[in-house]
Design a protein around this ligand. Structure first.
Ligand SMILES: [Zn+2]
Length: 239
């Protein structure tokens, strides 16, 4: 099977869905991690160019942990818009990955505009990537894939529909997460006064409590995009 995750920033995929991606990778599926923006405003110490290079290297290191392919789109952090360039870039990410299943942000309700925009552009691209007369570098996909939305940060205004027990891949998820060194010390504490590590742990534990499955200590959660064409039995694509 082929799997595509699309995050707004370097580290969003790790926070929300890396445990699930690790499960796919473990069973031999082809996994793609696409990142829309380059993280170039995320530092109090480095220049924009320097921090973008650091973020790119960290994202590659994380993808390497599970043998995933990295698609680096390179839009400016906090300035991702819906325009022709962004639509075509997202369409091309779909055409390169040729996914059966896609994971991305919810298109509205998250705290960060890049998150919402990434979810929206993924929503648009899932169909447009199949259309022959929308021409890009790569040929059109043969079918529309199922799209699942992961939660807004803090599980804000989000009612999960599916829970993935990631207890067995939680350590791999953390390993991927910790590849993003520059997020830990040089950004989240300085900018928001929070520990993202604590947030990551507590969100997965809350989801595990909601899932209520015996032996499940950590869970990731998802909603299926219900817009046409709804994919019958899409939950069977989950690992
Ligand atoms: Zn983000």
């Amino acid at each position: 099977m082929r799997v595509l995750a699309i995050g707004a920033h370097p580290d969003d995929i790790e926070f929300q869905i890396a445990g699930t991606l690790a499960k796919y990778a473990k069973r031999g599926d082809e996994v793609y991690m696409a990142i829309a923006t380059n993280g170039n405003i995320g530092s109090y110490r480095m220049s924009k160019k320097e921090i973008a290079e650091v973020r790119h290297a960290e994202a590659q290191k994380s993808a390497d942990v599970i043998g995933a392919h990295l698609i680096w789109m390179g839009f400016d952090d906090e300035f991702l818009f819906d325009n022709e360039k962004s639509r075509l870039t997202f369409i091309d990410a779909f055409r390169v990955a040729k996914p059966d299943v896609v994971f991305s942000h919810v298109p509205s309700g998250d705290y960060n505009p890049d998150h919402n925009m990434t979810g929206y552009l993924a929503f648009i691209a899932r169909i447009n990537a199949t259309i022959k007369l929308i021409e890009t570098e790569h040929p059109p996909m043969p079918k529309v894939p199922a799209l699942f939305h992961w939660p807004a940060l803090g599980l804000a205004k989000y009612i999960p529909e599916y829970y993935i027990d990631v207890t067995d891949t939680y350590e791999t998820k953390k390993k991927m997460w910790f590849c993003h060194d520059s997020q830990q010390g040089d950004w989240c504490k300085d900018a928001f006064g929070v520990s993202y590590n604590d947030m990551l742990e507590s969100e997965l534990k809350i989801a595990a409590t909601q899932a209520g499955t015996p032996g499940c200590d950590y869970a990731e959660c998802l909603q299926l995009c219900k817009s046409w064409p709804a994919i019958a039995g899409a939950y069977k694509l989950l690992p």
